[in-house]
Design a protein around this ligand. Structure first.
Ligand code: GDP
Length: 365
Protein backbone atom coordinates (compact mmCIF):
# COMPACT_ATOMS: atom_id res chain seq x y z
CA UNK A 1 0.00 0.00 0.00
CA UNK A 2 1.18 3.46 -0.82
CA UNK A 3 2.33 5.45 2.15
CA UNK A 4 0.21 8.45 2.85
CA UNK A 5 3.22 10.73 2.79
CA UNK A 6 3.91 9.74 -0.79
CA UNK A 7 0.58 11.08 -1.93
CA UNK A 8 0.80 14.38 -3.79
CA UNK A 9 -2.03 15.77 -1.70
CA UNK A 10 -0.11 15.15 1.47
CA UNK A 11 2.02 18.11 2.19
CA UNK A 12 3.35 18.27 5.68
CA UNK A 13 5.89 20.77 4.62
CA UNK A 14 5.43 23.60 2.23
CA UNK A 15 8.32 25.74 1.22
CA UNK A 16 7.69 29.43 1.04
CA UNK A 17 9.67 31.60 -1.24
CA UNK A 18 12.37 32.93 0.95
CA UNK A 19 13.49 36.49 1.44
CA UNK A 20 16.82 37.11 -0.16
CA UNK A 21 19.37 37.51 2.57
CA UNK A 22 21.84 40.33 2.75
CA UNK A 23 25.45 39.55 1.96
CA UNK A 24 27.36 38.68 5.10
CA UNK A 25 30.22 40.99 4.23
CA UNK A 26 29.66 44.65 3.63
CA UNK A 27 30.35 45.02 -0.11
CA UNK A 28 31.99 48.39 0.42
CA UNK A 29 34.25 46.92 3.04
CA UNK A 30 35.18 44.09 0.68
CA UNK A 31 36.35 46.49 -1.98
CA UNK A 32 38.37 48.32 0.60
CA UNK A 33 40.13 45.10 1.58
CA UNK A 34 40.86 44.41 -2.04
CA UNK A 35 42.23 47.87 -2.57
CA UNK A 36 44.48 47.44 0.41
CA UNK A 37 45.66 44.05 -0.79
CA UNK A 38 46.61 45.25 -4.23
CA UNK A 39 49.58 43.40 -5.57
CA UNK A 40 52.87 44.86 -4.51
CA UNK A 41 55.79 45.02 -6.91
CA UNK A 42 59.05 43.21 -6.17
CA UNK A 43 60.73 46.45 -5.15
CA UNK A 44 57.83 47.34 -2.83
CA UNK A 45 58.16 43.93 -1.21
CA UNK A 46 61.91 44.30 -0.86
CA UNK A 47 61.65 47.81 0.53
CA UNK A 48 58.95 46.74 3.01
CA UNK A 49 60.95 43.75 4.19
CA UNK A 50 64.14 45.75 4.64
CA UNK A 51 62.19 48.29 6.68
CA UNK A 52 61.02 45.45 8.93
CA UNK A 53 57.35 45.78 7.94
CA UNK A 54 55.83 42.61 9.40
CA UNK A 55 52.69 42.75 7.25
CA UNK A 56 54.72 42.84 4.06
CA UNK A 57 57.04 40.16 5.41
CA UNK A 58 53.99 37.98 6.06
CA UNK A 59 52.70 38.57 2.54
CA UNK A 60 56.07 37.67 1.04
CA UNK A 61 56.14 34.45 3.07
CA UNK A 62 52.68 33.65 1.72
CA UNK A 63 54.12 33.97 -1.79
CA UNK A 64 56.92 31.58 -0.88
CA UNK A 65 54.37 29.10 0.41
CA UNK A 66 52.07 29.44 -2.58
CA UNK A 67 51.88 26.67 -5.15
CA UNK A 68 51.03 29.05 -8.00
CA UNK A 69 53.84 29.33 -10.56
CA UNK A 70 53.50 33.16 -10.80
CA UNK A 71 53.91 33.45 -7.06
CA UNK A 72 56.93 31.19 -7.20
CA UNK A 73 58.66 33.44 -9.71
CA UNK A 74 57.84 36.56 -7.70
CA UNK A 75 58.95 34.94 -4.44
CA UNK A 76 62.28 33.87 -5.97
CA UNK A 77 62.93 37.41 -7.15
CA UNK A 78 62.25 38.78 -3.69
CA UNK A 79 64.48 36.17 -2.03
CA UNK A 80 67.27 36.92 -4.50
CA UNK A 81 67.06 40.67 -3.87
CA UNK A 82 67.07 40.47 -0.08
CA UNK A 83 69.71 37.73 0.10
CA UNK A 84 72.60 40.19 0.55
CA UNK A 85 70.85 41.55 3.66
CA UNK A 86 70.33 38.15 5.25
CA UNK A 87 72.54 35.94 7.36
CA UNK A 88 72.86 38.13 10.41
CA UNK A 89 71.22 35.89 12.98
CA UNK A 90 71.59 32.89 15.20
CA UNK A 91 69.47 30.08 13.79
CA UNK A 92 68.41 27.53 16.36
CA UNK A 93 66.70 24.24 15.52
CA UNK A 94 64.45 22.82 18.23
CA UNK A 95 63.17 19.27 18.17
CA UNK A 96 61.44 16.86 20.51
CA UNK A 97 58.62 14.36 20.41
CA UNK A 98 55.04 15.64 20.79
CA UNK A 99 54.48 16.42 24.45
CA UNK A 100 58.17 17.07 25.15
CA UNK A 101 57.26 20.68 25.77
CA UNK A 102 58.44 22.40 22.60
CA UNK A 103 55.83 25.13 22.50
CA UNK A 104 55.99 25.78 26.24
CA UNK A 105 59.77 25.96 25.97
CA UNK A 106 59.81 28.17 22.88
CA UNK A 107 57.49 30.58 24.68
CA UNK A 108 59.89 30.63 27.60
CA UNK A 109 63.07 30.73 25.48
CA UNK A 110 61.68 33.54 23.39
CA UNK A 111 60.70 35.65 26.39
CA UNK A 112 64.22 35.14 27.73
CA UNK A 113 65.83 36.24 24.45
CA UNK A 114 63.63 39.31 24.17
CA UNK A 115 65.21 40.62 27.35
CA UNK A 116 68.35 41.29 25.31
CA UNK A 117 68.15 44.67 23.65
CA UNK A 118 67.53 44.66 19.87
CA UNK A 119 66.31 41.08 19.95
CA UNK A 120 63.89 40.20 17.20
CA UNK A 121 62.70 36.62 17.07
CA UNK A 122 61.13 34.60 14.27
CA UNK A 123 59.58 31.23 15.09
CA UNK A 124 59.24 28.96 12.05
CA UNK A 125 58.52 25.27 11.73
CA UNK A 126 58.84 22.20 9.59
CA UNK A 127 56.12 19.65 10.05
CA UNK A 128 56.23 16.69 7.68
CA UNK A 129 52.80 15.54 8.81
CA UNK A 130 51.13 18.81 7.91
CA UNK A 131 50.72 17.81 4.29
CA UNK A 132 48.43 14.97 5.24
CA UNK A 133 46.56 16.76 7.97
CA UNK A 134 46.35 19.97 5.90
CA UNK A 135 47.74 22.15 8.58
CA UNK A 136 50.48 22.22 11.10
CA UNK A 137 50.24 22.88 14.77
CA UNK A 138 53.96 23.49 14.96
CA UNK A 139 54.77 27.15 15.23
CA UNK A 140 51.12 27.82 15.95
CA UNK A 141 50.65 31.14 17.71
CA UNK A 142 48.03 29.86 20.11
CA UNK A 143 50.58 27.52 21.61
CA UNK A 144 52.91 30.38 22.50
CA UNK A 145 50.75 32.62 24.57
CA UNK A 146 53.27 35.15 25.78
CA UNK A 147 55.39 35.33 22.65
CA UNK A 148 52.51 35.72 20.26
CA UNK A 149 51.61 39.14 21.64
CA UNK A 150 55.14 40.55 21.55
CA UNK A 151 55.85 43.20 18.92
CA UNK A 152 59.31 41.92 17.97
CA UNK A 153 58.18 38.40 17.25
CA UNK A 154 57.14 36.80 13.98
CA UNK A 155 55.51 33.38 14.30
CA UNK A 156 54.71 31.27 11.28
CA UNK A 157 53.42 27.69 11.28
CA UNK A 158 54.94 25.11 8.98
CA UNK A 159 54.20 25.45 5.29
CA UNK A 160 51.99 22.52 4.40
CA UNK A 161 52.18 22.12 0.66
CA UNK A 162 54.47 19.64 -1.01
CA UNK A 163 57.08 17.10 -0.11
CA UNK A 164 59.32 17.41 2.94
CA UNK A 165 62.01 18.80 0.62
CA UNK A 166 59.60 21.42 -0.69
CA UNK A 167 58.38 22.35 2.79
CA UNK A 168 61.96 22.63 4.02
CA UNK A 169 62.95 24.85 1.09
CA UNK A 170 60.09 27.19 1.89
CA UNK A 171 61.15 27.44 5.52
CA UNK A 172 64.72 28.09 4.48
CA UNK A 173 63.64 30.89 2.16
CA UNK A 174 61.48 32.29 4.94
CA UNK A 175 64.61 32.45 7.14
CA UNK A 176 66.26 34.61 4.48
CA UNK A 177 63.32 37.04 4.42
CA UNK A 178 63.10 37.19 8.22
CA UNK A 179 66.79 37.96 8.55
CA UNK A 180 66.53 40.68 5.92
CA UNK A 181 63.66 42.13 7.97
CA UNK A 182 66.00 42.36 10.97
CA UNK A 183 65.12 39.19 12.85
CA UNK A 184 68.37 38.22 14.54
CA UNK A 185 67.13 35.11 16.37
CA UNK A 186 65.46 32.36 14.41
CA UNK A 187 63.86 29.26 15.90
CA UNK A 188 62.97 26.40 13.60
CA UNK A 189 60.76 23.88 15.36
CA UNK A 190 60.16 20.31 14.28
CA UNK A 191 58.83 17.06 15.70
CA UNK A 192 61.40 14.55 16.80
CA UNK A 193 60.29 11.63 14.75
CA UNK A 194 62.47 11.29 11.71
CA UNK A 195 63.61 12.88 8.50
CA UNK A 196 62.48 16.38 9.30
CA UNK A 197 65.39 16.76 11.73
CA UNK A 198 67.86 16.35 8.91
CA UNK A 199 66.07 19.10 7.02
CA UNK A 200 66.15 21.41 10.03
CA UNK A 201 69.75 20.53 10.81
CA UNK A 202 70.67 21.60 7.28
CA UNK A 203 69.47 25.15 7.90
CA UNK A 204 70.39 26.00 11.49
CA UNK A 205 73.55 26.91 13.38
CA UNK A 206 72.64 25.16 16.60
CA UNK A 207 70.50 22.09 17.10
CA UNK A 208 68.69 21.57 20.39
CA UNK A 209 67.08 18.26 21.28
CA UNK A 210 64.41 18.39 23.97
CA UNK A 211 64.00 15.17 25.94
CA UNK A 212 61.96 14.00 28.87
CA UNK A 213 62.98 11.90 31.80
CA UNK A 214 61.44 8.48 31.37
CA UNK A 215 61.06 5.54 33.62
CA UNK A 216 64.60 4.25 33.51
CA UNK A 217 65.61 3.26 30.05
CA UNK A 218 66.04 6.83 28.88
CA UNK A 219 67.64 6.18 25.56
CA UNK A 220 65.02 3.82 24.32
CA UNK A 221 63.45 4.83 21.04
CA UNK A 222 65.68 7.81 20.38
CA UNK A 223 67.23 7.58 17.01
CA UNK A 224 70.98 7.63 17.23
CA UNK A 225 71.10 9.92 14.20
CA UNK A 226 69.06 12.57 15.96
CA UNK A 227 71.25 12.45 19.05
CA UNK A 228 74.32 12.75 16.87
CA UNK A 229 73.00 15.94 15.31
CA UNK A 230 72.33 17.61 18.66
CA UNK A 231 74.67 20.34 19.93
CA UNK A 232 72.86 20.12 23.25
CA UNK A 233 70.33 17.78 24.76
CA UNK A 234 68.04 19.41 27.30
CA UNK A 235 65.82 17.47 29.65
CA UNK A 236 62.58 19.35 30.16
CA UNK A 237 60.12 19.29 33.07
CA UNK A 238 62.84 19.29 35.70
CA UNK A 239 60.45 20.64 38.31
CA UNK A 240 58.44 19.37 41.29
CA UNK A 241 59.18 15.76 42.11
CA UNK A 242 60.54 15.17 38.62
CA UNK A 243 63.90 16.79 39.34
CA UNK A 244 65.73 13.62 40.40
CA UNK A 245 64.47 11.71 37.42
CA UNK A 246 65.55 14.52 35.11
CA UNK A 247 69.05 14.53 36.62
CA UNK A 248 69.26 10.78 36.23
CA UNK A 249 68.20 11.03 32.59
CA UNK A 250 70.81 13.74 32.05
CA UNK A 251 73.58 11.49 33.35
CA UNK A 252 72.45 8.69 31.08
CA UNK A 253 72.52 10.98 28.08
CA UNK A 254 75.97 12.27 29.04
CA UNK A 255 77.25 8.70 29.14
CA UNK A 256 75.68 7.89 25.80
CA UNK A 257 77.15 10.97 24.15
CA UNK A 258 80.62 9.98 25.27
CA UNK A 259 80.40 6.96 23.02
CA UNK A 260 79.78 9.05 19.93
CA UNK A 261 82.63 10.26 17.74
CA UNK A 262 83.61 13.90 18.22
CA UNK A 263 81.49 16.11 15.97
CA UNK A 264 83.03 17.97 13.03
CA UNK A 265 82.53 21.26 14.86
CA UNK A 266 84.95 20.23 17.58
CA UNK A 267 82.24 21.07 20.11
CA UNK A 268 81.33 18.50 22.75
CA UNK A 269 77.54 18.38 22.98
CA UNK A 270 76.27 19.15 26.48
CA UNK A 271 73.32 17.94 28.49
CA UNK A 272 71.29 20.20 30.79
CA UNK A 273 68.04 19.94 32.70
CA UNK A 274 65.44 22.72 32.80
CA UNK A 275 61.79 23.53 33.16
CA UNK A 276 60.21 25.29 30.22
CA UNK A 277 57.05 25.85 32.20
CA UNK A 278 58.63 27.51 35.23
CA UNK A 279 61.61 28.91 33.36
CA UNK A 280 64.24 27.21 35.59
CA UNK A 281 67.48 26.59 33.72
CA UNK A 282 66.51 28.54 30.62
CA UNK A 283 69.25 31.10 31.16
CA UNK A 284 71.82 28.29 31.36
CA UNK A 285 70.65 26.92 28.02
CA UNK A 286 71.19 30.29 26.37
CA UNK A 287 74.55 30.76 28.03
CA UNK A 288 75.49 27.43 26.52
CA UNK A 289 74.28 28.52 23.08
CA UNK A 290 76.32 31.71 23.42
CA UNK A 291 79.41 29.70 24.32
CA UNK A 292 78.79 27.49 21.30
CA UNK A 293 78.44 30.51 19.05
CA UNK A 294 81.74 31.97 20.29
CA UNK A 295 83.43 28.60 19.94
CA UNK A 296 82.38 27.90 16.35
CA UNK A 297 82.89 31.49 15.24
CA UNK A 298 86.37 31.26 16.74
CA UNK A 299 87.37 28.07 14.96
CA UNK A 300 85.75 28.95 11.64
CA UNK A 301 83.16 26.19 11.78
CA UNK A 302 80.23 28.62 11.84
CA UNK A 303 81.02 30.02 8.38
CA UNK A 304 82.12 26.64 7.08
CA UNK A 305 78.81 25.08 8.07
CA UNK A 306 76.76 27.89 6.56
CA UNK A 307 78.69 27.66 3.30
CA UNK A 308 78.12 23.92 3.18
CA UNK A 309 74.46 24.37 3.93
CA UNK A 310 74.23 26.79 1.01
CA UNK A 311 75.83 24.17 -1.21
CA UNK A 312 73.40 21.53 0.07
CA UNK A 313 70.47 23.82 -0.70
CA UNK A 314 71.65 24.41 -4.23
CA UNK A 315 71.47 20.66 -4.89
CA UNK A 316 68.21 20.39 -3.01
CA UNK A 317 66.74 23.16 -5.09
CA UNK A 318 67.91 21.56 -8.34
CA UNK A 319 66.37 18.26 -7.30
CA UNK A 320 63.09 19.89 -6.34
CA UNK A 321 62.79 21.78 -9.58
CA UNK A 322 63.74 18.82 -11.74
CA UNK A 323 61.12 16.73 -10.02
CA UNK A 324 58.50 19.41 -10.26
CA UNK A 325 59.17 20.00 -13.94
CA UNK A 326 59.07 16.29 -14.62
CA UNK A 327 55.93 15.42 -12.70
CA UNK A 328 54.02 18.50 -13.85
CA UNK A 329 54.62 17.75 -17.51
CA UNK A 330 51.19 16.69 -18.92
CA UNK A 331 52.69 14.24 -21.41
CA UNK A 332 54.70 12.57 -18.67
CA UNK A 333 51.66 12.46 -16.43
CA UNK A 334 49.58 10.56 -18.99
CA UNK A 335 52.47 8.31 -19.93
CA UNK A 336 53.03 7.51 -16.25
CA UNK A 337 49.44 6.44 -15.76
CA UNK A 338 49.69 4.14 -18.80
CA UNK A 339 52.95 2.66 -17.52
CA UNK A 340 51.51 2.19 -14.05
CA UNK A 341 48.74 0.04 -15.50
CA UNK A 342 51.21 -1.93 -17.60
CA UNK A 343 53.30 -2.65 -14.52
CA UNK A 344 50.30 -3.68 -12.45
CA UNK A 345 49.16 -6.08 -15.16
CA UNK A 346 52.76 -7.31 -15.46
CA UNK A 347 53.06 -6.34 -19.12
CA UNK A 348 56.28 -4.49 -18.46
CA UNK A 349 58.95 -4.22 -15.78
CA UNK A 350 59.45 -1.13 -13.62
CA UNK A 351 62.91 -0.53 -15.08
CA UNK A 352 61.79 -0.69 -18.69
CA UNK A 353 58.84 1.57 -17.90
CA UNK A 354 61.08 4.07 -16.10
CA UNK A 355 63.48 4.11 -19.03
CA UNK A 356 60.69 4.71 -21.52
CA UNK A 357 59.24 7.58 -19.48
CA UNK A 358 62.65 9.18 -18.97
CA UNK A 359 63.55 8.80 -22.64
CA UNK A 360 60.33 10.57 -23.57
CA UNK A 361 61.10 13.35 -21.09
CA UNK A 362 64.67 13.95 -22.21
CA UNK A 363 63.76 13.89 -25.90
CA UNK A 364 61.29 16.65 -25.12
CA UNK A 365 63.92 18.91 -23.56
P1 GDP B 1 54.94 20.01 22.53
O1 GDP B 1 53.94 19.04 21.99
O2 GDP B 1 56.31 19.44 22.47
O3 GDP B 1 54.86 21.37 21.93
O4 GDP B 1 54.62 20.16 24.09
P2 GDP B 1 53.82 21.27 24.91
O5 GDP B 1 54.63 22.50 25.07
O6 GDP B 1 52.47 21.42 24.32
O7 GDP B 1 53.73 20.59 26.34
C1 GDP B 1 53.08 19.36 26.57
C2 GDP B 1 52.59 19.31 27.99
O8 GDP B 1 53.69 19.33 28.90
C3 GDP B 1 51.71 20.48 28.38
O9 GDP B 1 50.69 20.01 29.20
C4 GDP B 1 52.63 21.38 29.15
O10 GDP B 1 51.97 22.20 30.10
C5 GDP B 1 53.55 20.39 29.82
N1 GDP B 1 54.86 20.99 30.09
C6 GDP B 1 55.65 21.63 29.19
N2 GDP B 1 56.78 22.06 29.78
C7 GDP B 1 56.70 21.68 31.08
C8 GDP B 1 57.57 21.85 32.20
O11 GDP B 1 58.62 22.46 32.14
N3 GDP B 1 57.16 21.30 33.37
C9 GDP B 1 56.00 20.64 33.49
N4 GDP B 1 55.70 20.13 34.66
N5 GDP B 1 55.15 20.47 32.46
C10 GDP B 1 55.49 20.99 31.28
Amino acid sequence: MKHIENDDKYKALSVNKGVESLPSVNPYFKSRIRAKKRNLSVSEFVEGILKGDITILGQAVTLIESTLPDHYVLAQEIVEKVLPYSGNSMRIGITGVPGAGKSTSIDSFGMHLLKESNSKLAVLAIDPSSERSKGSILGDKTRMERLSIQPNVFIRPSPSAGSLGGVARKTRETIVLCEAAGFNKIFVETVGVGQSETAVHSMVDFFLLIQLAGTGDELQGIKRGIMEMADAIVINKADGNNIDKANYAASQFRNALRLFPKPESGWDPEVLTYSGYYGFGVEEIFNLIKRYEEFVKGNGYFDFKRANQAKYWMYQSIEDQLKENFYNNPEIQSLLSIKEKEILSQETSSFTAAKQVLDTYFKKQ
